[in-house]
Design a protein around this ligand. Structure first.
Ligand SMILES: NC(=O)c1ccc[n+]([C@@H]2O[C@H](COP(=O)([O-])OP(=O)(O)OC[C@H]3O[C@@H](n4cnc5c(N)ncnc54)[C@H](OP(=O)(O)O)[C@@H]3O)[C@@H](O)[C@H]2O)c1
Length: 259
């Protein structure tokens, strides 16, 4: 029997690429996002495997539980969880809408945490049955330093990295591995959604295909943290050695518009 992967945010960008990669490697899929039409298109493309669509708005409290319940009702068990859904917002904290920033926390942090909690028993069961079982969480190079002008987004990704590394250690010995992907700027809808299309961040980007491939391969090799791209690895390393205030100033500059 094919293993099943649950992929959040599969309607576009990295999630869409992950769906194709897991499918190409023999996984059936549960795919979720808000845009049902795009999910249906993806399902039509992947007609060689079983694909279940569960549309959800993960910014709504309770959505993760409904997603879990839906999978349970359909008797779907998973051996791979890809917590990819997420978004950013560009601007000063007090000038951005509080509601939109709360929605971001709900999607980037709360839903990811809840889905991990709900589906962990299924992952452990799969591991006990000898299936490869794991979690792939999508953080960002934003996780490595504070990010003025995207303060909540950067903080949310620091949470994802910290939580995921802690889970990797807790689950050591359970045969459920946890991989965290920390992409730098990638050519997806991310910058449009974040209203950061003119920011300096967009001056050097990677393709979503390359980033998802690096994440998937790292997941298959059970690596803990993956930073795709040499420039991103250098900047992630540099952030460890400069004072946090300096790193924050550099990030603020990068989050600002090209002049
Ligand atoms: N692109 C980058 O430069 C970059 C860099 C570092 C990290 N990342 C991270 O990579 C992940 C994927 O983003 P992406 O770059 O592929 O951007 P994207 O093309 O905008 O994709 C974001 C995905 O998240 C889903 N999503 C957003 N809000 C949602 C909500 N309220 N409920 C359910 N699903 C929601 C979207 O689906 P719907 O709109 O259909 O709901 C979409 O499928 C995110 O976690 C992002 O933070 C991106």
């Amino acid at each position: 029997m094919n293993p099943t992967a649950l992929i959040t945010g599969a309607s576009s960008g990295l999630g869409y690429e992950f769906a194709k990669l897991y499918a190409a490697n023999g996984y059936n899929l549960i795919i979720t996002a808000r845009n049902e039409e795009k999910l249906q298109k993806l399902k039509d493309e992947l007609n060689h495997i079983e694909v279940t669509i569960i549309p959800k708005d993960l910014s709504q409290p309770g959505a993760s539980k409904e997603l879990y319940q839906h999978a349970l009702d359909k008797d779907l068990t998973i051996s791979a969880l890809v917590n990819n859904a997420g978004f950013g917002l560009n601007g000063y904290f007090d000038e951005l809408s509080l509601q939109e920033q709360q929605d971001m926390l709900q999607v980037n942090i709360t839903a990811l945490t809840e889905l991990t909690h709900y589906f962990l028993p299924s992952l452990k069961k799969a591991a006990n049955q000898g299936l490869p079982a794991g979690i792939l969480n999508v953080a960002s190079t934003a996780a490595f330093q504070p990010g003025p002008k995207m303060a909540v987004y950067y903080a949310s990704k620091s949470y994802v990295l910290s939580f995921s590394e802690a889970m990797a250690e807790e689950l050591k010995g359970s045969n459920v591995h946890v991989t965290t992907l920390c992409p730098g700027a990638t050519e997806t809808n991310f910058f449009k959604t974040a209203k950061a299309e003119n920011s300096k961040l967009t001056s050097s980007t990677m393709s979503p295909q390359m980033v998802a491939k690096a994440g998937f391969e790292g997941y298959m090799k059970k690596q803990r943290v993956i930073v795709p791209g040499r420039v991103n690895r250098v900047s992630a390393l540099a952030a460890k050695f400069v004072p946090r205030s300096v790193a924050a100033r550099i990030a603020q500059n990068m989050n600002s518009a090209n002049s």
